[in-house]
Design a protein around this ligand. Structure first.
Ligand code: SF4
Length: 650
């Protein structure tokens, strides 16, 4: 039930504010990468202690150092920059404090005028993790607003996660995730461009225990020799950006040596003969110079994968941000299909009932309206989003449409995109920028309006567990402490804005959560009673599935007609990326090093770099190098990152 009447617009009066001097314990989901559930001890509106909650989904994991220190620090007022709505008198002029009404009236007026003069597609909404943190109600509310206003949403998902999801759905009809359940046997565990030591530290213990107690083999494929790479049975230091060639060579070996599961392939796949013919050229000997790994090691990897089943492959951000992300993930599904390693315990789980879709379920493609990245039609077709990577280029070029207004929601575009100078140029070119964020940052230099949003433990939200892979989880993020100043929850800001357009909207968090949960036959009360969360084991039942896979053919589509119809290669094909020493030898002579970044266990994307507890552990940007040239501090001084590997060009 939605309403266009009032009912919102008041700061929350109940809850922790009234209890600020009391000691209390709140059970809530970790608002950082959102995988674990905590019991948070609070006294006088401060986090005193964070400890893992005794709930089944935690599976005995502890709390990582990043979460403990970040939550105890919790965005003190002095680092936020502004705790009230702020507006500039004129472009680039000084900030002035405003009331919510004043700031939102200004935003609504500008958006209405632009729609009249340039069309609604001249406004775009960019969503990062800084504010929403996977918040389902916030994301849906923004999606509803965008649909009614008539503009596109651009999340950061194109460079992580969403491309992987689309590749999986196109190929086998659902998302595949590795099963690392304690007590379930994994024949082999693969960390391919994935380093849980930094991204999900409690997982390291699980992997080490499986190696020790169950004899699971560990294979690490990463340009960087991580701690787990040193513990691996096989470590392949793949040349950055060539992973697709490597996986195609593994397919070549498995098919040529007939190591695959013929029965599964015959019964459940489509296009095996085409794939066989296609990968014949990718012999280990042909590929070894491309990937800089000896052919013998490539064969060894293929044999481990084929023989040490079931195999759980973690291939995440290191692949997702690379040049072949989509086709790599299609090739990975093909690899699993060859061994029947799909929907099996300890291998790859097929997540048909996965609830992650709820967050973006309100995103709608804007029929007939141009948006950035439309040449990459598969992305927009499956996600209903515009491309964030091409978005900033579109702002600069005015093609395929002129973007005048940007609503930047918890997204430090300057730090999160490559070539930050180019991003700054794009922000400078946009005529009107509204920034919604818990703290001011580099984007604020270009913003015209700043709207403070509640941070981490101040929010009330329904979270989708983006980091979850072995079961299906939604969690309730409960407000633990009171936000300073006038920050609001994301959806409250959107509802207040919606009222200025006469758009219908939910009236309360409870109404929004119950309507959302009804899609999975659940309620907010049940959620509070159970955890507070929704948690289900992923089904493992492929042998009884009819049809087996939710693709148009009912089979795993190794050869994809869907992709072919969109004008793309129906089989994963390796090509040399732009500006490598192979594709651009002249550039490579001048710039002989390859740079690739890595994640730090102490920070979250571009965030938490102000947290003293974490700065103590990692006070400066890290650079690792496997080359000859020394990097001067001066060369590094202008940048801020989690980590950077500089490797000598091959
Ligand atoms: S691993 Fe992620 S979800 Fe778990 S405690 Fe650390 S930051 Fe939170």
């Amino acid at each position: 039930m939605m309403s266009s009447s009032g009912g919102i617009g008041k700061e929350r009066e109940e809850g922790p504010q009234s209890e600020s001097s009391q000691r209390k314990v709140v059970r809530t989901a970790c608002p950082l990468c959102g995988y674990h559930v905590f019991d948070v001890e609070i006294e006088n509106n401060r986090v005193e202690r964070v400890r893992p909650a005794p709930v089944p989904g935690n599976k005995g994991d502890g709390v990582c150092l990043k979460a403990v220190r970040a939550l105890q620090w919790h965005y003190p007022e002095e680092v936020r920059g502004a705790i009230f709505p702020m507006i500039r008198q004129n472009k680039g002029g000084p900030w002035k404090r405003a009331s919510w009404d004043e700031a939102l009236d200004l935003v609504a007026k500008r958006l209405k005028e632009t729609k009249e003069t340039d069309g609604s597609q001249a406004t775009a909404i960019m969503i990062g993790t800084g504010a929403l943190m996977g918040g389902i109600i916030g994301m849906q509310t923004l999606g509803q607003f965008a649909e009614k206003y008539g503009c596109y949403i651009h999340t950061h998902g194109e460079t992580c996660y969403v491309v992987r999801v689309i590749a999986n759905i196109v190929t086998c009809g659902a998302l595949l995730q590795p099963d690392l359940e304690p007590g379930i046997k994994n024949g082999s565990i693969w960390l391919w461009g994935s380093n849980p030591e930094a991204s999900l530290p409690p997982m390291v213990k699980r992997i080490r225990l499986k190696q020790k107690n169950e004899g699971s083999k560990l294979v690490v494929i990463d340009p960087r020799r991580t701690v787990l790479a040193k513990k691996a049975d096989l470590y392949l230091p793949v040349k950055p950006g060539t992973d697709l060639a490597l996986i195609l060579a593994m397919l070549n070996v498995i098919i040529k040596e007939e190591l695959y599961d013929k029965e599964f392939v015959d019964k459940y796949t489509l296009g095996f003969d085409e794939l066989k013919k296609h990968v014949a050229v990718y012999t280990p000997e042909h590929v070894e110079d491309i990937v800089n790994i000896p052919a013998s090691d490539i064969r060894k990897a293929a044999e481990i994968y084929a023989k040490d089943q079931p195999a759980a492959i973690f291939a995440y951000i290191g692949i997702d941000g690379g040049p072949h992300a989509f086709q790599f993930h299609r090739a990975a599904v093909s690899l699993h299909a060859l061994l029947g390693n799909i929907d099996v315990a300890g291998g790859m789980l097929l997540r048909e009932k996965w609830t992650g879709w709820l967050a973006s379920s309100a995103f709608k493609a804007q029929e007939g309206k141009p948006c950035a990245g439309q040449p990459y039609s598969i992305y927009t077709k499956f996600s209903n989003e515009g491309s964030p990577a091409y978005f900033l280029e579109s702002v600069l070029r005015g093609d395929p449409c002129e973007y005048k207004n940007l609503l930047i929601w918890g997204y430090n575009t300057v730090r999160m995109h490559g070539d930050s100078n180019r991003v700054r140029e794009a922000l400078k070119k946009a005529e009107f920028i509204v920034q919604v964020d818990p703290q001011m940052n580099e984007v604020s230099d270009y913003a015209d309006v700043f709207l403070p949003v509640r941070a981490l433990l101040e929010k009330q939200e329904l979270g989708s567990l983006w980091g979850s892979f072995d079961n299906d989880q939604l969690y309730l993020v409960e407000p633990c402490i009171k936000a300073p100043g006038e920050g609001l929850d994301d959806y409250e800001i959107v509802w207040r804005l919606s009222e200025r357009f006469g758009f219908e909207h939910w009236k309360s968090f409870e109404e929004a959560a119950n309507e959302t949960l009804s899609k999975i036959d659940y309620t907010l009360d049940k959620m509070k009673a159970e955890g507070p969360w929704y948690w289900r084991e992923t089904d493992k039942k492929w042998k009884t599935r009819t049809p087996a896979f939710r693709t148009s053919s009912g089979k795993i589509e190794l050869y994809s007609k869907v992709i072919e119809e969109e004008g793309f290669n129906p089989l994963p094909t390796y090509f040399e990326a732009a500006e490598t020493h192979v594709s651009s030898p002249n550039i490579a002579r001048k710039y002989p090093l390859i740079a690739t970044d890595f994640r730090s266990p102490n920070y979250l994307h571009s965030r938490l770099h102000d947290c003293p507890g974490l700065l103590k552990v990692e006070p400066e940007p890290l650079v690792e190098r496997q080359g000859l040239r020394k990097i001067s501090r001066k060369e590094l001084s202008d940048y801020r990152w989690d980590g950077l590997v500089l490797a000598q060009a091959y």
